[in-house]
Each structure stands twice: as C-alpha cells, then as structure tokens.
Design a protein. Sequence first.
Length: 377
Amino acid sequence: MATLNYLNTTHIDFGSRSMVADTMKQLGIKRPMIVTDKGIVAAGILDKVREAMGNEFSPEIFDGTPENPTEEATLEALAQYKASGCDGIISLGGGSSMDLAKGLGLLATHDGDLTQFAAIEGGSALIGETTPHIAMPTTAGTGSEVSVGTVIITKDGRKLIFASQNLIPKVALCDPELTLGLPARLTAATGMDAITHCIEAVISPMDNPPAEAVGLDGLRRAFKMGYLENAVADGQDKDARYNMMMAASEGAMAFIKGLGAVHSMSHACGRIKELKLHHGTLNAVILPAVLRYNADFVGDKYDRIREAMGLPANADLADEIEALNARIGIPKNLGEMGVSMDTPGIVENAVTDVSTFTNPRPLEASDYEKLFEQAIG
Ligand SMILES: [Zn+2]
C-alpha cells in the first residue's frame, strides 16, 4: 500500500476501499452521501463499496451525476443532502462525480451563487473550509481525488474552474480493483488525460521542481513502462491498473503548477452539450498541435519529458503522441469528433479559460484559431 501525505492523504492499493469505514470515523462522518452515477451503480461498484462500509453506516445515494457536472445537478444533490441530514461526502466515480462532490461540499458550507467562487471571478479566496470528502476514483485519469480544482458547467452555460486547497478531498482511497471493468475506450481516454496533466504541468512556467518531478514519474509509468497500453490491451492487468492509478494521481499532484492550452481548448469543446465529448479524448486529440506550438518556449523541458518517456533524444514528441493515440484507438482529430470552426464560442472560451495563463507560450484568439484548425484536421 502506498500512503502519500502530500496535498491530502492518498492510499493507493488493491483493496484500499476497505478503509472507508475507519476513514469516515476519523473524519467524524456519521451520515455520508455517496455521490456517483447510474453507470457505477449498474456495474455493481456501488455495492462493492457499501459492502466494504459494513452495516454501521446507512449512506444516502445521489446517482444523478451527469457526463459533465452541471450547477443544476449539484443543486439537486445539495437539496437531497440537506433533506437527509448528511454530514459528509464520499465521491465514487470518475472525474465528474468527484468534481460534482467538490461543488456540493462548497455549496453545503457557503451561501450564495456558485459562480462567485469561480477562479476566473477571483472567487478562490472566498472558499473556506468545506464538508469532509472522501474520494474513491473508479477511473485512472482525472486525478481529481488529489487536486484543488473542480470544473462545473454553470447555469449561464460557462464551463468554470473552481480552485482552492479547501476543495481537495481530505482522503483519497484509490482502489485499482474498481477500475478493472473499465472498457478499453475509457481506459484510453482517461489515461490520456493523465498523460496530458503530466506534460502540461511540467511545461507550465510556474517554478515548482518537486511537482515537475512527480509529473515526470507519471509519464515514466504511463508511457515508458507501457502501463497505459497494457491497461488498454488487457483491462484485467492488475500491474497496469495499479500503475495507471498512480500516474493519474501524480498528474494531478503535478498540475498544482497549472495546466495549459490543451486544457483551455478541451474545456471549450467540452461545454458543447449536444456532442458530449470526453475530456480525456479531447486532450489526447488536441495535445500534438499544442506541443508543436509550445516547442520553442519550454527550455530543456521536452528533453526531460523525452527522457522520462524513454524516447530517443531526437524523437518528435507530437508525432509520438499521435502514434500512441492511434495505437490505443483515440480519434484522429476533432473533426472526427464533430467539432468544426463553426462551433460557436470555441475560440473565445479557450482564450478566457484559466489554463491559458499557465501555458508556456502566450496565446491570443488568432493563435487559438490556428490551433483549432490544426486539431480539427
Ligand atoms: Zn484534465
């Protein structure tokens, strides 16, 4: 069992879900709400966690997490949370359930409209202590279990980032067993989210060498050691599942340095409700274009990334990511995913995304236009 006391306390190992009851007692949670989605319930994963919890606790279940968390769904969870007298949150699922749970914890302890707390509105300083939250990820990608951030589509149609130390789940129980049944397509998409977090964090200009080292280790596991491809090829490969869970948490520990243009563009596409595009797939498809755009603005960081990924010194990183995408079944470009230059707001929303400010090379609307043209194909 790896126990990491870093941004929070994270336990990573097969069977770590058995710690859930003791963790609730430590945090003083008597009546938890489990925030999850219907897919997790149908896959029998909720039952596994309830079994691990024992009979001592009777959790309230909110299974209405949408594909991309919304303010509406968060308010729905809040109403149920208050009506049933809950005093703590367990998120069980991928990034969406963990992100919704963070929004719920915020609204359960703070008055007023959600949008005022958004990072872009300067709202991070308004976020104080929130509800005790235990995160139990069922994918290996987002790293939301250890991150300060949550992304929620607000009622006004914006996809906003909320960031505060007080939004980090108190404890993360990362049990790779909960990811064994994840289909290859989602394993690939979520794994590419983790790889993108590691790369964008390392090349962010913020000075934080420890976070950089953690990001490079995530790349070593996911790429050099081949664990992402192994997990896609054989979902039951326990070694691969364990190492991808570690790489995913590492990606988010690293992005305390900030993310970059890949995430700005990905968030802009992710808010197109009709298309319901997966965040990780978007990152995978967009990453090569942004790697080429940033190449002359990263100092020696591409050399260090190549080294961590086990690539020759003259390898082209963007080409390598394109080849990896092809090997694990990621679409070739945004065009294949239904995004076009006519999609309203994509450029404007990328420009105003908070991740734009930590991209190593500055970007204006005209730069994003070119990047979207390349990524759309
Ligand atoms: Zn991401």
